[in-house]
Design a protein around this ligand. Structure first.
Ligand SMILES: N[C@@H](CCC(=O)N[C@@H](CS)C(=O)NCC(=O)O)C(=O)O
Length: 212
């Protein structure tokens, strides 16, 4: 069985959503990101991944896979019939990778990560200044589309919807991008997405964690 190391409402939420959308059973191990301890037994999470970051997906053969873009595509490929990624070789597969990279680099690391992890001593002014420009890209793309890639939900949507969920706690009002706001509402109406979020919000109340 696949195993996912996660922290509640961190970017590993996208992987949980992908697993649930695919209908795949998995074992979930909660990680305290500040202390780098695995909640199961207080063991050192860096022994699982020297990166000390979630998500980590433990594959059936025991190998550990990190980086959301890789983990999400792996999950999609375990259950191709769920349609969570276009097949390899399909031109849309590159569109999927394009969006996974954009969310990971331009949204997550460019501003969500610094906002949640660094003290705002003035150094966040630059990342904050780029937010509107960055979010105008998916906003324009989704103005007349239901999903990021093709005409169905993919793991790129799981990644983007997680990032959009963090805007509010980051002090950014998603309502200023009506197409993103409507998209987020649509995504949250999906049963698997709703259940994944409810599960992690309940866990989040029990531990002090950083979401990004
Ligand atoms: N590039 C990685 C970033 C993973 C990452 O930064 N995860 C955050 C949670 S959203 C984390 O675990 N941070 C802890 C740390 O970096 O110490 C990915 O896309 O998966």
């Amino acid at each position: 069985m696949l195993q996912l190391y996660f922290s509640p409402m961190a970017c590993s939420l996208a992987s949980r959503i992908a697993l649930m959308e695919a209908g795949l059973d998995a074992r979930y191990h909660q990680v305290h990101l500040w202390t780098k301890q695995v909640a199961d037994d207080d063991s050192d999470f860096k022994g699982i991944s020297p990166k000390g970051a979630v998500p980590v997906l433990v594959l059936e053969n025991g190998e550990r896979l990190t980086e959301s873009a890789a983990v999400l595509q792996y999950i999609a490929d375990v259950k191709p019939e769920a349609g969570l990624a276009p097949p390899s070789g399909d031109p849309d597969r590159y569109r999927l990778q394009e969006w996974l990279s954009f969310v990971g680099a331009e949204i997550h690391k460019a501003f969500l990560f610094p906002i949640f992890w660094y003290k705002d001593d003035g150094s966040l002014a630059k990342p904050r200044a780029r937010i509107a420009q960055t979010l105008s890209v998916p906003s324009a793309h989704l103005a007349n589309r239901e999903f990021l890639v093709g005409d169905r939900f993919t793991v790129a949507d799981a990644h983007l919807l997680w990032a959009l969920l963090l805007l509010r706690p980051a002090g950014i009002d998603v309502a200023q991008w009506p197409s993103l706001s409507a998209y987020l509402e649509r995504m949250q109406a999906r049963p698997a997405v709703r259940e994944a979020i409810a599960t992690e919000m309940a866990l989040r109340k029990t531990v002090p964690v950083s979401p990004a």
